[in-house]
Design a protein around this ligand. Structure first.
Ligand code: AMP
Length: 593
């Protein structure tokens, strides 16, 4: 069997890893990057920039640069009120329709956008491994519902990947963590990323992983903290200058990046400075923004977000039947916030916070490990995941009859027998629901179908067997059978993500056809590498330049200028020549040093 890679398709960043030489390793891009921004920028010439290249376009092309698409996967428009406000691109669709994003005159589904990211990761992995990639294990937040999982699977298929498994991010993290084969214990995976907060309690015994509880908040992530900073800074600026940055996409984009930097800085310092020169121009000339944000103020304006974090932890403890003094494994960039770590210790009554794994890479490493199991390179790992939401059907009185309860280990199959509520009924509607409420209308409809051809009989006599089968990816298939006639009706909750098979195939073809060809990709990688070198060298010169002899400094400056011009003109051979010259200069400098 060919290679099966592991992909952490994140809200903010994505990581790809592969199982090689008996262990999972993170795939490095040509430019040496280990994570890739989950971003796609649609350029004027019809091309697309993906990852770091897209990030560069964000300030100049905000409305056509898509990020946080994960927040929209498998979601209807009525479900994304909050998320929509956080992004500068246009989200469209009627309230009950699955959302799409508009880029110019074209509409894209979140699956298509995610597929572009996945396709790029696949290409990077193929470059790294030097062989084609067969399939992938893709991770999703444990709290993703059926439609969101299905949409993720669709995205993988559109990208030309065989999606071997969809696995919960926290479970993947535990899998990576269990590599050391330590003794049996209970752990909590505390996964706080850019867009979601995911909690899982697991029991690890040897190579066995058993999930004993999952909880999370799909509306809580690092972006929400950034937004709080944006709001206080923009409000302050509006008060002083009568100019609302939030109404100007380019200025807002700059503030967004600065807010995120400030948040990251506050994880280590008491004060962060936000400085944005030339944020706007008025009759009196250019205006600058300069704001000092203290950690105290930051934590005060985010207090409800911290409360939501506490609440989700408490729900997990309740669901797992009590958890105390467990080991808490930190995953996701937002766990670097000191206040979040404090909350984890406080709620789980523990001082055992495990930070030994790189929180950005651990999920992909776990997925790659499962890839290793699938491709037959790894044994003695037995993964037991659970259903993240209860599932059932609507009853005649408008209630929800649970068929599979939340936290049931998967794969699973459960049968229940129901009857007709009226005399001589020849068909029954089956409303397949997902959610925890006893009221059908408060839960989410996954699919609706009719079982027809029931023999006429008094109410309560026909025996209708409903079977729910959930596969290892957490995807549901429902079958209803009239036991008297043997007539049955079956649905895979497909199109549950909004995409029919034909549409998916069409998107797959489009995505493949428009993928950059190998030489084009190599040129893109080279340009990206050169841009990174330029950034690093400029930074280095700024801080260490005076240590160099003046003649050397001038020589270096000349090559850098030439390289910059070559990048701007996209002149591949000049980029190569000047990179080589830089390399030689560096060698001479090292020897001299
Ligand atoms: P992830 O989705 O796991 O890649 O997490 C990304 C989120 O983590 C973003 O919201 C980042 O701003 C946030 N993040 C990364 N590093 C830090 C840090 N040192 N302090 C606070 N937040 C961080």
């Amino acid at each position: 069997m060919g290679k099966v890679i592991g992909i952490d398709l994140g809200t903010t960043n994505s990581v790809v890893a592969a199982f090689t030489g008996r262990r999972p390793s993170v795939v490095e891009s040509f430019a040496g990057e280990r994570t890739m921004p989950s971003m796609v920028s649609f350029l004027e010439d019809g091309k697309r920039a993906i990852g770091h290249a897209a990030m560069k376009c964000q300030v100049t092309n905000p409305e056509h640069t898509i990020y946080s698409i994960k927040r929209f996967m498998g979601r209807r428009h009525s479900e994304v009120d909050r998320e929509e406000k956080l992004v500068p691109y246009e989200v469209v669709g009627k309230p009950q329709e699955f959302v799409q994003v508009r880029i110019g005159k074209k509409l894209y589904t979140p699956q298509q956008v995610s597929a572009l990211i996945l396709q790029e990761l696949k290409a990077q992995a193929e470059g790294f491994l030097g062989e084609p990639v067969d399939g992938a294990v893709i991770t999703v937040p444990a709290y993703f519902n059926d439609a969101q999982r299905q949409a993720t699977k669709d995205a993988g298929e559109i990208a030309g990947l065989q999606v071997k498994r969809i696995i919960n991010e926290p479970t993947a993290a535990a899998l990576a963590y269990g590599l050391d084969g330590q003794e049996s214990r209970r752990i909590v995976i505390f996964d706080f990323g850019g867009g979601t907060f995911d909690l899982s309690a697991l029991e690890i015994r040897g190579g066995d992983f058993k999930v004993i509880g999952v909880h999370g908040n799909t509306h809580l992530g690092g972006d929400d903290f950034d937004q709080r900073i944006i709001d206080i800074v923009a409000d302050d600026y509006a008060r002083n200058h009568r100019f609302d940055i939030r109404e100007h996409p380019m200025a807002l984009q700059r503030l967004k990046q600065a807010a995120q930097h400030a948040k990251v800085e506050l994880s280590q310092r008491e004060v962060a400075n936000i400085s944005l020169p030339f944020i706007t121009v008025d009759g009196n000339g250019p205006k600058h923004l300069d704001y000092n944000l203290t950690k105290e103020r930051f934590e005060a304006v985010c207090s409800d977000l911290f409360d939501d974090t506490r609440k989700a932890c408490q729900e997990l403890i309740w669901e797992a039947g009590g958890l105390k003094d467990v080991e808490v494994v930190l995953v996701g960039g937002s766990t670097r916030m000191p206040k979040i770590q404090e909350i984890a210790c406080e709620v789980f009554k523990t001082d055992r916070l495990n930070k030994s794994l790189n929180p950005d890479e651990v999920v992909a490493l776990g997925a790659a490990k499962l890839g290793g199991v699938i491709q037959g390179d790894l044994h003695n790992v037995n993964l037991m995941d659970v259903v993240s939401h209860s599932m059932g059907v609507e009853t005649a009185g408008g209630g929800m009859s649970k068929i599979v309860a939340k936290n049931t280990p998967i794969p699973t199959s459960v049968r229940r027998v129901y009857s007709t509520p009226s005399n001589n009924q020849t068909s029954v509607p089956i409303n397949v629901l997902e959610g925890e409420s006893k009221e059908a209308k408060e839960n989410r409809t996954l699919g609706l179908f009719q079982l027809k051809g029931i023999r006429r009989a008094p109410a309560g006599v026909p025996q209708i067997e409903v079977e729910f089968a959930i596969d290892a990816d957490g995807i549901l298939q429902v079958k209803a059978t009239d036991k008297d006639t043997g007539k049955s009706q079956e649905i895979v909750i497909q199109g549950g993500s909004g995409l029919e098979r034909g549409a998916k195939e069409r998107m797959r073809r489009d995505t493949q056809e428009q993928a950059p060809k190998q030489p084009e990709r190599a040129a893109g990688d080279l340009r990206q590498h050169a841009e990174k070198v330029l950034d690093d060298m400029k930074d280095w010169l700024e801080h260490n330049g005076e240590m160099m002899a003046q003649r050397k400094r001038i020589e270096l400056g000349t090559v850098l200028t030439k390289l910059q011009k070559a990048v701007a003109k996209n002149n591949e051979s000049a980029i190569r020549t000047n990179l080589k010259k830089l390399d030689e200069l560096a060698k001479v400098h090292k020897k001299a040093g």
